[in-house]
Design a protein around this ligand. Structure first.
Ligand SMILES: *Cc1c(COP(=O)(O)O)cnc(C)c1O
Length: 421
């Protein structure tokens, strides 16, 4: 094995020299592969299908351009994500607006820019949407977010469908849902298209998705019996990826097949008339394609720990602090050595909790070596924060031996430009 790791043919030392560290590095071929895998496998003779990239996982113009080129749609949850998708040239027809508390500014901005696909999260939002669209002569296509009340086995902070979830209307509030659908259907400028559900994130069990499909088809069958037609069903995202060797994610091919076969079976069982099935993968498109490169700084021994400090931390990857997310790493400039040293990888932020990997075995290293943490492509860059006024790292895409800058490193000037003197 070479001493220095290469990403898509580019040595990490070259990336670090050219762009500095910390650095978010994406293997562009891997991003394309994930998109194509969904495109090829999320198809079924019984349904039309649509794949919406959940852009919150990793949103920047370069990424949304790639999504556009791959022929996917995107969902956005804020004016910032929306503007990013538009800036990337995504057709407004392919942008879906999510979120449990869209502001008036966001709703009006979307409508002004030709975005008309909305997920309605609650009753008050429906009323607000009506008022906004009535000021124009445009139309809205809306789907209703339902909380299916299914508890997927994942960390409680990334569960989204427990009974007290802040997202969607509980599936048990059937009368409220019917009243809401009726009020949407009878509005002249609104077309009600169907239902949406999303049960959580980093979900490993096929059964959770099967249960979600069964639950939603049962519900749609109840609605159809009362004359409410739901031609579209969006099942959300949440497909798990590989972070450490403990993780055994369901292959994309297999999860797509399970979902669509279950939909087809349920359509027969429940005699429903669903036409289109949508999914919203985020993490599983961007996660494994991205890694973070750091420069190793100081290290120190305490009675129980051998600390290794890197030049980033909870500002560029808050997931370990937020929900004990686990990662794998290598000393990317000592790849030919045994992983024999037990270390705690900590960041440079002023929080004791600023630990990226609490304990793992790593190759021997010295100050100035590069460290790579894998599978940081989703919810790393997108959750970046300026704590300690750390500067946002650059993002690069690498492909077939070449790298290109996607987001430039934040400069001190960028950092200070909003501060009033
Ligand atoms: C976060 C989210 C997704 C994407 O989840 P992943 O785990 O990244 O696939 C999809 N849909 C909705 C509504 C979400 O909130």
């Amino acid at each position: 094995m070479d001493k220095v790791l290469k990403i898509s043919g580019v040595p990490v030392t070259q990336l670090a020299t050219q762009y500095g560290t910390p650095l978010y590095v994406y293997d562009e071929n891997k991003l394309v592969e994930q998109c194509q895998s969904y495109k090829q496998n999320f198809v079924h003779p019984g349904f039309t299908t649509e794949i919406l990239y959940a852009s919150k996982a990793f949103s920047c113009v370069g990424m949304l351009q790639l999504i556009k080129e791959q022929g996917l749609c995107a969902d956005v949850v804020s004016i910032g994500e929306l503007a990013t998708a538009l800036e990337a040239g995504l057709d407004p027809d392919r942008i879906y607006f999510h979120g449990n508390n869209k502001t008036l500014e966001e709703i009006n901005f979307a409508i002004e820019h030709g975005v008309y696909r909305f997920f309605v999260d609650n009753v008050q939002e429906a009323e607000t949407l009506k008022k906004c669209i009535e000021k124009t002569n445009k139309k809205l296509l809306v789907m209703l977010r339902i909380n299916p009340c299914i508890e997927a086995h994942t960390h409680e902070f990334i569960q989204t469908a427990n009974i007290d979830s802040k997202f969607g209307i509980s599936i048990y509030s059937i009368d409220e849902i019917k009243t809401l659908i009726r009020s949407l259907q009878t509005h002249e400028q609104i077309v009600f298209e169907g239902l949406h559900a999303h049960i959580g994130s980093q979900i490993f069990e096929k059964e959770a998705f099967v249960k979600e499909v069964q639950t939603m088809f049962s519900f749609i069958s109840d609605l159809e019996r009362d004359g409410f037609y739901c031609p579209k069903l969006d099942l959300g995202g949440g497909f798990a990826i590989h972070y450490t060797d403990q993780d055994r994610p369901i292959p994309i091919e297999s999860i797509c097949k399970t979902i669509l076969d279950t939909c087809a079976q349920e359509q027969i069982n429940k005699k429903t008339h669903v036409k289109t099935i949508l999914i919203e993968p985020g993490r599983s498109i961007a996660g494994e394609a991205g890694s973070t490169l750091y420069t190793i700084g100081f290290s120190k021994q305490t009675p129980h720990k051998h600390y290794l400090f890197v030049d980033g931390g909870m500002s560029d990857n808050i997931r370990p602090c937020l929900y004990q997310a686990q990662y794998d790493a290598d000393v990317a400039t000592q790849m030919d050595s045994e992983k024999s040293r037990k270390v705690c990888i900590a960041g440079k932020c002023c929080e004791s909790g600023d630990v990226l990997i609490p304990e793992m075995k790593l190759q021997p290293f010295s100050q100035g070596d590069l460290l790579i943490i894998y599978s940081t492509g989703a919810y790393g860059f997108s959750m970046f924060n300026n704590y300690n006024r750390n500067l946002r790292p650059a993002v690069v895409f690498v492909k077939d031996g070449k790298s290109r800058l996607i987001v430039r490193r934040e400069s001190l000037e960028d950092l200070l430009k909003g501060d009033i003197r």
